[in-house]
Structure formats: structure tokens, C-alpha cells
Design a protein. Structure first.
Length: 160
């Protein structure tokens, strides 16, 4: 049951990755349409270089954050089984206590659950660390907003 659920989540993340790749290939055509529509509506000057606009649009409107999160999710999903095995020794004293004969049932159940909680907290701690590193990297590499690039392109077009 758990393996089936794990594989279903893994397939879901992989499908999300395929969708993001597909979306990335759609952006150049979408950028052309957006440029044409904004020039037609008068939102931007017709003097703005279409190629520079399209490059800016692709760089700023691409699903970059989703790409980062998808990769982080894939890394976490691949690491979870290995982390569970790696952190088993930290939880094993609780599991050993649960298997001690002569303990009442409540203590045995508590010790078994405590071992699972310790293992879960350690695995989630690593996954949260990976997520933190992902978000930190994204915000350090984030491109300027599309609107600020358009203002810069309009200023350059007006100088010519």
C-alpha cells in the first residue's frame, strides 16, 4: 500500500515536471502574442524591440519557481527511503524498548510510536532543509520583474 502511494506521488511529480517542460516550450509563441497584444492595446511602445521583449518575457514569466519546487520534490522523494534507513539507528532504541518483554502494552505502544516519530522528524528535517535551500537559491537567482524590464526597454527605445 505504501509503495503504491509512494509510486503514485512519484509519477505525479514526474508528470508535473513534464508539464513544466511543455510549458517552457510554449513560451516563445506566447511571448509573440503578448507583445502584439500589448502594442495593439497601447500598453507598450511599438518602438520596443520585439526580440528583447520576448527574451524578457520568457526569462521572467517562465515557471521558474515551479521548476525549482519540482526538482526539490523529486530530490526529496528519491531521498526519503534512503533517509528512513539512514535514520533508523536514531530511532532503534525506542523500537528495542517496545520489544522488551515484561512491559505493559501502553509503554510498548508509546515506545514504538516514539521511534516512528523520531524517524519521521529527522527525515522531514532533511526535506525542510532541502526546501529551504531551494527557496533561498530561487530568490538569490530571481530575474527582475517583467514590468521593470519593459520600463528599461522603453527608456532605451526613447533614447534612440
Amino acid at each position: 500500500m505504501i509503495t503504491t502511494l509512494y509510486l503514485a506521488v512519484l509519477v505525479g511529480v514526474l508528470l508535473w515536471g513534464v508539464y513544466l517542460i511543455f510549458r517552457r516550450f510554449q513560451l516563445p509563441g506566447e511571448a509573440d502574442h503578448v507583445h502584439s497584444a500589448q502594442v495593439e492595446n497601447g500598453d507598450i511602445s511599438a518602438k520596443i524591440d520585439k526580440e528583447a521583449f520576448c527574451q524578457s518575457y520568457i526569462r521572467t514569466e517562465a515557471p521558474r519557481f515551479a521548476n525549482y519546487l519540482c526538482v526539490a520534490a523529486l530530490i526529496c522523494l528519491v531521498l526519503v527511503p534512503f533517509l528512513a534507513v539512514l535514520f533508523f539507528p536514531a530511532a532503534s532504541p525506542f523500537y528495542e524498548l517496545a520489544q522488551t518483554r515484561g512491559l505493559d502494552r501502553t509503554t510498548t505502544i508509546f515506545a514504538d510510536m516514539a521511534g516512528g516519530v523520531v524517524q519521521f522528524v529527522l527525515v522531514m528535517g532533511v526535506c525542510v532543509g532541502i526546501l529551504f535551500a531551494t527557496i533561498y537559491t530561487y530568490y538569490r537567482r530571481r530575474p527582475p520583474s517583467h514590468r521593470s524590464v519593459i520600463r528599461k526597454l522603453e527608456a532605451e527605445a526613447n533614447e534612440r
